[in-house]
Design a protein around this ligand. Structure first.
Ligand code: 4AD
Length: 456
């Protein structure tokens, strides 16, 4: 420490006076003396005045050090991300100047809580706009402090909360199915297998089958749990671990399912955008965002195939699409981007969909299934009516060469008071990629897991 420099101005302080406030709160009265805690987001000097943007996760505040304060050793050597305590008076910003919430804190006291590394090790030398994406992901713990990452995660918190609220409005009940399972739902190719004591087990791909078992005693149910997929390709919308919003509804028709899904998506958006902070974050991340128009476009798979042929969008074999083709990610996204509104794509052929899907009674080639497609991302929801006849379900297991023995708890549902029911799963990260206009779902979760990455 350079002892020739003046010390910070000492003012008598106790723990309660001035009052501690968080930075985002725009309602505190200007002219009052407050105490704030946070980290240096940015700092600049203009002659003898220091402007510091302080960040605490609730917002930002412009802080001004002038006079003796700006000449102290700690102020002169201040580094970004240093955590500090500051007291001072809140004032309106001068006309023509800009600051968060149009106010600034004129400091009369500060204390360094934790000094951040400087020089070569300064945070700005480790993460910046020019840092490669892979490096940013290695440094995810630091990238999280950036404005974009933190906004996305704050919106994510609001979205997850809104799903809970909207499901409560619908009198649906939340359950928590197991993550360690011994049954597959969405095909063997993406199963994460592991040794469970002396048995083989999997990380769950979907909680759907468990949700179905709750219907008889709990009514309509939902869960927000992790699902796991051993995806072997690197795409911008596939994670190995993702947050899955899943719901199951009893005694419904396929149309009921579509109406419910549309309601939930729109109502969640309404709740989220009702919060001014969140609406502002969404606006900054996705300036063109507007509420989707209702009703959503409903398009049958067979019409989508015709649409793709007419628009010369080829399948993965570089040939015109034909009935029975899986509509691959690229084609699906091109179609969604051109149509540029949410689409319910329905009635997929049975052979390209999961074993449990109910067949359409007017056209047994196809299932009562739906994918919800959003511009920029493509599929964000997959759902269907469930096969509820026991014999039909047993035949489906046989066709897929799945041993029904381990599914006894699932098939029993058809044995003891079966019912027409259906549900869906929504990928939370994909929903966010759409809402926050993020290029990849990797930027929509805290610490993404995908092929080749399981850290930090
Ligand atoms: O279409 P999927 O595979 O459907 C199911 O798992 C059903 N059992 C759900 C149900 O009916 N309860 O997955 C549903 C959604 C997809 O639309 C997508 O949004 C998301 O889950 N998803 C993924 N998100 C990120 N990474 C992955 N690897 C994903 N796989 C599916």
């Amino acid at each position: 420490e350079d002892m020739s420099l003046p010390k910070a101005v000492k003012i008598k302080l106790d723990e309660t006076d001035p009052k501690k406030v968080t930075l985002g709160n725009g309602t505190d009265v200007k002219g009052t003396r407050v105490r704030v805690f946070g980290r240096v987001h940015r700092e600049r000097r203009q002659k003898d005045i220091m402007f510091i943007t302080l960040r605490d996760g609730y917002g930002f505040m412009q802080v001004i050090f002038s006079g003796g304060l700006s000449k102290t050793y700690d102020a002169l050597t201040l580094t970004r991300e240093t955590s500090m305590e500051i007291c001072g008076e809140l004032r309106e910003v001068p006309a023509g100047a800009h600051a968060p919430n149009s106010r600034e804190l004129h400091a009369d006291y500060f204390r360094i809580v934790g000094k951040a590394a400087g020089g070569d090790d300064a945070i700005t030398n480790r993460v910046s706009r020019d840092t490669e994406h892979a490096t940013l992901l290695d440094l995810r713990h630091l990238t999280l402090r950036g404005e974009t990452a933190s906004k996305v995660l704050i919106v994510r918190d609001a979205v997850e909360f809104a799903f809970n609220q909207v499901y409560k409005e619908l009198r649906m009940r939340k359950v928590s199915p197991p993550a360690l399972v011994q049954t597959q739902v969405e095909g063997g190719a993406t199963l994460f297998k592991f040794r469970y004591y002396s048995e083989e087990a999997f990380l769950t791909q979907s909680s759907q089958l468990y949700l179905e078992t709750c219907l008889p005693s709990m009514g309509d149910v939902y869960c927000i749990e992790k699902s796991f997929r051993a995806e072997k390709s690197l795409t911008r919308r596939h994670l190995a671990e993702y947050s899955h919003v899943e719901a199951e509804l009893d005694f419904i028709t396929f149309d009921d399912l579509l109406d419910h899904l549309e309601h939930v998506i729109c109502r969640v958006l309404e709740v989220v955008m009702d919060d001014p902070t969140i609406a502002q974050h969404v606006k900054e991340l996705n300036p063109e965002f507007k509420m989707p128009e209702r009703p959503f476009m409903r398009m049958k798979y067979s019409d989508a195939i015709d649409w793709l042929v007419e628009h010369h969008i080829e399948n993965e074999g570089m040939e015109p699409h034909k009935f029975g083709d899986d509509i691959a990610e690229a084609a699906e996204r091109r179609m969604t981007d051109i149509i540029n509104r949410p689409i319910f794509l329905t009635h997929f052929p049975a052979e390209i969909k999961a074993f449990y899907m109910q067949k359409d009674k007017d056209d047994p080639r196809v299932t009562e299934s739906v994918d919800c497609l959003m511009p920029g991302v493509g599929e964000i929801v997959g759902g269907s009516m469930r096969m509820y006849d026991l014999d039909e379900l047993m035949a489906a297991f046989k066709r897929e060469e799945i041993d029904p023995a381990t599914y006894y708890w699932y098939t029993d549902q058809r044995k003891y008071g079966t019912s027409p029911h259906g549900g869906y799963g929504l990928g939370l990260e994909r929903f966010l990629a759409w809402l926050c206009k993020q290029h990849t779902v990797r930027d929509c979760c805290l610490y993404p897991r995908y092929f080749g990455r399981c850290a930090p």
